[in-house]
Ligand binder design. Structure first.
Ligand code: SF4
Ligand code: SF4
Length: 396
């Protein structure tokens, strides 16, 4: 329990008031680990801190049940924000997700991770992506688009695993490529030389595998002299921005919504066609809460003619996670039941009267598209990505 020991101060500073459960802010819990569970206290952030205390004091030991619980967390960061206990410099005094992350690292070291998590790690290690697909297939999504391999372009487009292999993510990658071409952006891709950036690996507690990926990817960036990266996924944006110290200072990293916003401001994209739809926007955890970018996607949506933006009750830093973070997109430790976060969220989106749920992350896109189908909302609520709606208004 070496990793948990390092979180000891946070564990013992918790006063147990349970603000992280969010019970009096919302009618439902803001914690994806808790929603859809049997409702026991153990499934709340506060409950996990109590379990951590038991492990530190020797009254509890890591078990299969604890491992299954710990891997339900999506690392959405909502509990840390709600707790709000901070040092004077603004650093978190108590971070339940940080405690969960330390427990995951202990479980990895003790070979106690649940089988779906073990398979996720195996695929990333063996194939360089969690889908278990061959590296040669990685750049196939862009065939026919005339994309160039990165050389000395202004931007490296880091597509990521979902954009490269998942059908929903691929559609986003194509739409973004078309928009960048329309806006005259000089960009290239790595194709089969691209590798998983490892955000979900790190968030699943496998720090050794994360470092292995990061070392290889940074080498590929530096060999090619990459100075600017645009990412499709907020998860990759988070990793490059916060967890790739070798990139710090040497490379500018932007999320694609920030690049598209700048192209609109500069008049390099002109959305002249009307969208003609009521839309609502879902803040992805790794773009919003974890990196505080709430405005770029909204600025884009407000620039669209005939796009009536209606906010959901839980928005910006209060956004409810889609349920796909922290490795759950691949391991499905939460399942897709009626009270899963993704299905709760599409009901919330539909309840605003919006016809389109706009997302800015390939994980959210897939989670919500599946959830909307499961809710029988096909035809009533379309799930579209920011670049897809913008492209619709710019092209033709
Ligand atoms: S983590 Fe923070 S909000 Fe939650 S019970 Fe502990 S002190 Fe309270
Ligand atoms: S990070 Fe999110 S899912 Fe994990 S305990 Fe906190 S609120 Fe729950």
């Amino acid at each position: 329990m070496d990793h948990l020991l390092r979180e000891k101060f946070g564990v013992y500073r918790c006063d147990g008031f349970g603000i992280c459960r969010g019970g009096y802010h919302f009618k439902v819990s803001p914690c994806p680990m808790f929603v859809g569970s049997d409702g026991f206290e153990s499934h709340t952030p506060r409950g996990v801190i109590t379990i951590a205390r038991g492990i530190l004091e020797g009254s509890l030991a890591y078990t299969k049940e604890i491992a299954d619980l710990v891997y339900r967390c999506t690392m959405c960061g909502n509990c840390r924000l709600l707790c709000g206990a901070e040092y004077e410099d603004g650093g978190p005094m108590i971070d339940p997700a940080g405690v969960l992350l330390a427990m995951r690292a202990d479980l990895v070291e003790n070979s106690l991770v649940p089988p779906p998590v073990r398979d996720f790690f195996k695929n990333v290690h063996r194939y360089g992506n969690p889908f278990g697909e061959p590296a040669e297939e990685r750049g196939k999504w862009g065939e026919g688009l005339g994309l160039e391999e990165y050389e000395d372009h202004d931007y490296l487009f880091y597509v990521g695993c979902e954009g490269s292999y998942d059908e929903r993510g691929k559609r986003m990658a194509v739409a973004l490529s078309r928009l960048m071409a329309l806006g005259g952006v000089s960009f290239g891709i790595l194709g089969e030389k691209e590798l998983c950036e490892g955000n979900e690996v790190r968030m699943s507690g496998e720090t050794g595998l994360f470092q292995w990926l990061a070392d290889r990817l940074v080498l590929r960036f530096t060999e090619r002299g990459v100075r600017r990266i645009v990412t499709l996924s907020p998860h990759a944006y988070n990793a490059f921005r916060n967890d790739y110290p070798a990139l710090a200072g040497g490379c500018e990293v932007v999320h694609y919504t920030q690049l598209l916003r700048d192209l609109l401001r500069a008049g390099r994209l002109r959305p002249l066609r009307e969208l003609g739809a009521r839309v609502t926007y879902h803040d992805p955890c790794f773009l919003g809460r974890r990196n505080e970018e709430y405005d770029a996607p909204r600025e884009i949506l407000r620039a669209l003619q005939g796009a009536d933006l209606i906010e959901m009750p839980r928005t910006r830093e209060d956004s409810l996670c889609c349920g796909g973070g922290g490795g759950n997109f691949f391991t499905d430790m939460l399942g897709g039941g009626e009270n899963s976060p993704s299905r709760m969220r599409v009901r919330e989106a539909h309840g605003t009267g919006a016809q389109v749920l706009v997302v800015a992350c390939p994980v959210c896109a897939k989670m919500f598209e599946d959830a909307a189908a499961a809710e029988g909302l096909d035809g009533a609520l379309a799930v579209r990505d920011v670049s897809e709606v913008l492209l619709q208004c710019c092209s033709g």
